[in-house]
Design a protein around this ligand. Structure first.
Ligand code: FRU
Length: 474
């Protein structure tokens, strides 16, 4: 490794240590979600199980809570509950990744952890942003122990991608199947069409473009962070499309993220089913999935949104911003995926209360709470302190934040035919709503001004669990 690598890997822990007291003083630090030690966090990267540990790498901007040049930060855990911060796995120290070690994935083999990522280079001068302004390089880093990256190498650059593409080709997701290696890359064509390139390799190093996955009609101009996997016998192709315009209650965020069921062969002839959004809250983007050692397909998403017209108050006041969703176990129902918090989180339950309501009921909540509501009425009203309201009626589930608790964001609406089950994971500054057994999810950051009480109006029962905090060892 070079001198830049040496300097950057020394600088990051110094900055983290300097910022520690300011960051820790924030009552909005999350209790059971992963966060950056300081600065900025975006996409989850390299999710995997390797040599007895879960690994969550992530897009990390240690020097700037509003972004800046990206490193790969790293959390590891034996059980998804006790997390240890590891040294930054990768920093921008090569000519091909000098303006950011962008998103990518992990291939866990017996001998090593293979980390595929996009090396981002921003060209100065007259280059235009879309066609020529970026080098988006496919690179491979190898780690033997899962912590220290031993080597990095450049595998492909712009000239190696198909000719009809702009310079936006990024976010490799790699997996092994039937004795071969496969990779999907997100791309933007010169005609402003989002698509996914499928590559194949016999040796993990030399990649051949074998197929392109896209929709018959243009669906957004760029597809970021693609994923392709099989769950309960159904192939799913997932991505974060940019440039999809709002249609009624669909695609309410500046950028969407979702998935298509894929029928046929991703290597050859295929058709895509209907696009379904992963999440209809304010803050969920760029999710990635991986397979747990027991075969579960688990998704983690960035609890944030690029180019959003707001910033979390944590950035200006305490020097950090964003977090990850809880890990969510995926299943295919025959028509859509369900996403529910992994069962490991139940170990954080500290106490159980039940609340029957026929009319209005009220109780105090702990700083972290798991609320499971069995609704028996036609309509349901929930207030979380004076910070958030969740209302159901006439086939619509509405999440409303106040001007202050939502930092200017106010409302998201999900179409829900019939609401019987609603689970809410409430952390100090985030809400995740799992609707109807996880068929729909709404994730958002929010900022209550103090302790939160729950008020429910309607008919039904609620089980309430106070949640212990996860262990985050810095
Ligand atoms: C998605 C994304 C990726 C890119 C990364 C850079 O949020 O834009 O496409 O690799 O973030 O941080």
């Amino acid at each position: 490794m070079n001198a830049l690598h040496r300097d950057l890997t020394r600088l990051v822990p110094r900055i983290e240590a300097e910022d520690r007291a300011k960051v820790d003083a924030d009552p909005r630090r999350l209790r059971f979600h992963l966060m950056p030690p300081t600065g900025w966090m975006n996409d989850p990267n390299g999710l995997c199980w390797y040599r007895g540990s879960y690994h969550v790498f992530y897009q990390y901007g240690p020097f700037d809570p509003n972004g800046g040049v990206k490193f790969w930060g790293h959390w590891s855990s034996p059980d998804l509950l006790h997390w240890t911060q590891q040294p930054v796995a990768m920093c921008p120290d090569q000519t091909w990744d000098i303006h950011g070690v962008y998103s990518g994935s992990a291939l866990a083999e017996d001998d090593a952890l293979y980390l595929y990522y996009t090396g981002n280079v921003k060209y100065a001068g007259d280059y235009d942003y879309i066609n020529t302004g970026r080098g988006h390089n496919l690179a491979l880093a190898i780690s033997r122990d899962g912590v220290q990256v031993d080597t990095k190498q450049l595998l492909m650059e712009n000239k190696d991608y198909p000719d009809d593409l702009t310079c936006h080709v990024r976010d490799p997701k790699v997996w092994k199947q039937d004795g071969m290696y496969y990779m999907v890359l997100g791309a933007r064509t010169k005609c402003d069409r989002g698509e996914i390139l499928v590559y194949e390799s016999a040796d993990r190093l030399h990649w051949k473009h074998i197929n392109t996955i896209t929709t018959p009609e243009v669906f957004g101009y760029m597809w970021e962070c693609p994923d392709l996997f099989c769950v309960d016998g159904q192939y799913i192709v997932a991505m974060s499309p940019q440039g999809v315009t709002r249609e009624g209650n669909k695609y309410q965020n500046v950028y969407s993220c979702g998935y298509f069921p894929l029928y046929g062969d991703f290597r050859g002839e295929y058709t895509l089913g209907e696009y379904i959004e992963w999440d209809t809250g304010f803050d969920y983007y760029a999710p990635q999935t991986f397979e747990a050692p027991d075969g579960r397909r688990i998704a983690i998403g960035w609890m944030g949104m690029p180019d959003a017209d707001y910033t979390n108050p944590t950035a200006a006041e305490n020097g950090w911003q964003h977090g990850m969703s809880v890990p969510r176990e995926l299943h295919w129902t025959g028509t859509c995926l369900t996403a529910n918090p992994v069962r490991e989180l139940d170990a954080l339950h500290r106490s159980r209360r039940t609340l029957s309501f026929d009319g209005v009921a009220q109780c105090e909540l702990a700083a972290g709470a798991d609320i499971r509501i069995h609704n028996r009425g036609e309509s349901l009203h929930l207030m979380l302190g004076d910070a958030a309201a969740v209302e159901y009626g006439h086939g619509l589930l509405t999440l409303t934040l106040t001007e202050t608790s939502g930092s200017g964001r106010t409302q998201r609406v999900a179409e829900v035919d019939h609401l019987s089950e609603l689970r809410i994971l409430a952390d100090t500054s985030s809400l995740e709503l799992f609707v109807g057994g996880g068929e729909q999810v709404m994730t958002t950051r929010y900022y209550p001004s103090g302790p939160v009480s729950l008020r429910i109006g309607g008919q039904g029962e609620a089980e309430l669990y106070d949640m212990d905090a996860m262990e985050l060892a810095y």
